[in-house]
Design a protein around this ligand. Structure first.
Ligand code: ZN
Ligand code: ZN
Length: 268
């Protein structure tokens, strides 16, 4: 499986490059399939600075379909990265059903009640333990999964600090989340963008891989590219990392239906 299922576009206002450049980079490095998954617009003018406007969604979807016609040598999926945020469920349901998406990545970037725009990256809770903070984040992830609105658990441990992995502090909650994802027929994303951030590791930490394999949860690879040259970043190395879990399967999506394929199966 040679697919990058997490790619942004400049519509989100914090990525750069033309969509054609992302496709051409994917072709250059030999990917067979990609999905554009830009940040979904949210209601109530929520975080408009980091996402396309609602009226741009239609053009985004059409553009992906045009690109598929222009580049027949690669499969280009229509995806979206959708934020789970308490209270937005109805909006997401409506919006996700208005367009024909192949896949929807769930992202928890904001936790309701956390202050400072509820942005999960800038939390500051001197009175809470790290375990408690992780727990609040993981509970939001679990609520998101249980809505059944999404296909892929994106960057599952985005909240992690350099001090402790999420699995070290909150193992039971991680198990619960993986079980919930299994019940919702989801895949878990291995997101390489963390390697370019100060945390300097993949999301989720690869120490979760044995549990993911044991639950028979399929995985996707996502670069979370916000610039064309990041497409497929670190995928060759990641393929070696996961080869030690031969039972791990890749997920593919079409019209929000999941299919799984074994690691050694080559798509021609
Ligand atoms: Zn982004
Ligand atoms: Zn993303």
């Amino acid at each position: 499986m040679n697919a990058d299922y997490h790619i942004h576009t400049k519509l989100c206002k914090h990525a750069r490059g033309e969509m054609e450049e992302y496709v051409e980079q994917a072709l250059r490095i030999g990917l067979k399939e990609i999905a554009f998954t830009d940040h979904i617009p949210l209601p109530d003018n929520f975080d408009t600075a980091h996402r396309m406007a609602y009226h741009e969604l239609e053009g985004y979807v059409n553009k992906i379909q045009q690109l598929q016609k222009s580049y027949p040598d690669i499969i280009i999926k229509t995806g979206i990265e959708a934020d789970f945020y308490d209270g937005f469920e109805d909006y997401l349901y409506q919006t996700l059903n208005r367009f024909q998406f192949d896949l929807v990545i769930m992202a928890v970037h904001f936790v309701k009640g956390w202050g400072k725009s509820n942005w999960a990256f800038s939390y500051y809770f001197p009175d809470k333990s790290l375990k408690q903070i992780y727990s609040e984040y993981l509970q939001a992830v679990k609520r998101g999964i249980n809505t059944g609105l999404f296909n892929i658990v994106g960057h599952l441990d985005l909240i992690k600090s350099e001090d402790y992995s999420v699995l070290e502090l909150n193992e039971n909650e991680v198990k619960d989340i993986l079980q919930a994802a299994k019940e919702q027929n989801m895949a878990v994303e291995l997101n390489t963008s963390g390697l370019c951030k100060s945390i300097n590791e993949i999301y989720p930490n690869l120490n979760m891989l044995p549990m993911i394999a044991e639950k028979d949860l399929p995985i996707t690879f996502g670069s979370d590219a916000h610039q064309p040259e990041r497409v497929g970043f670190y995928f060759n190395e990641l393929r070696e990392d996961i080869a030690v879990y031969p039972s791990l399967k890749y997920a593919r999506f079409e019209n929000r239906q999941i299919n799984t394929i074994l690691q050694n199966k080559i798509i021609c």
